[in-house]
Write a protein that binds this ligand. Sequence first.
Ligand SMILES: NC(=O)c1ccc[n+]([C@@H]2O[C@H](COP(=O)([O-])OP(=O)(O)OC[C@H]3O[C@@H](n4cnc5c(N)ncnc54)[C@H](OP(=O)(O)O)[C@@H]3O)[C@@H](O)[C@H]2O)c1
Length: 240
Amino acid sequence: MNLKGKVALVTGASRGIGRAIAVALAKKGCHVVINYARDKENAKKTEEMCRAHGVESIIIKADVSKREEVKKMVEKVIHKFGRIDILVNNAGILGKSIDPMKISDEEWDRVLGVNLKGAFIVTQEVLKYMKKGKIVNIASIAGKDGGTVGAHYAASKGGLIALTFNLARHLAPNILVNAVAPGPVATDMINEEMREKLRKLSLTGEIAKPEDIAHAVIFLLENDHITGEVIDVNGGRLMD
Ligand SMILES: NC(=O)c1ccc[n+]([C@@H]2O[C@H](COP(=O)([O-])OP(=O)(O)OC[C@H]3O[C@@H](n4cnc5c(N)ncnc54)[C@H](OP(=O)(O)O)[C@@H]3O)[C@@H](O)[C@H]2O)c1
């Protein structure tokens, strides 16, 4: 797919990996819709970074776990651009507990609600309008190996990988659905202490930059013969 002139919705694009994906899409000539949950200031900054590449860009606040907010967001995109060609389900949260016995029902529901149900809700609402296009889900190495994170986070990302496979089967040939599974990435999600520990586990001796993940997303979007694939970007931590 030639990305120039296409319309892309990136969830959770105010910072981190989502911002890098939004900017990479803008560099390719895509018009980019930047979704965020709370951080309007940073979302505006991403918007400016995208517009600097000569494309149209808007920000839309919506909690991806809330159907009504998502519905309104997608309607706004259609009102402004008339179509959606690309969806990147990137919005995600880590959850604070790692000990499985300390994860409350509320925390479980919140993490699964954003990371898994959120991606599904956004996809369903977008599919009302997208007849041909591409979807990329941002999963995690934790969805494959269980990770050193909370059970809720790992389960949400494992679920997102299964959702990717399922949707790839149902939506082909007009809509191709893939995922990227990052290992640790230098964003707000990982503090400096965690980064130091994680660097040692990577064969590259480093943790990924958000741009490394964006690069894999662009590869999947530009290729027209890959669907139901999960690309690992983890410095060789997982070989399966
Ligand atoms: N960093 C890593 O090491 C790593 C590794 C593997 C996978 N991932 C995945 O990569 C994705 C991006 O992570 P990141 O590291 O870039 O995280 P981040 O820096 O913490 O940014 C998270 C983004 O998601 C948005 N968001 C959070 N809850 C939301 C909600 N309910 N509705 C809409 N947007 C919401 C945030 O918006 P606000 O700014 O408005 O709060 C922000 O834009 C996530 O799915 C994460 O699980 C990250």
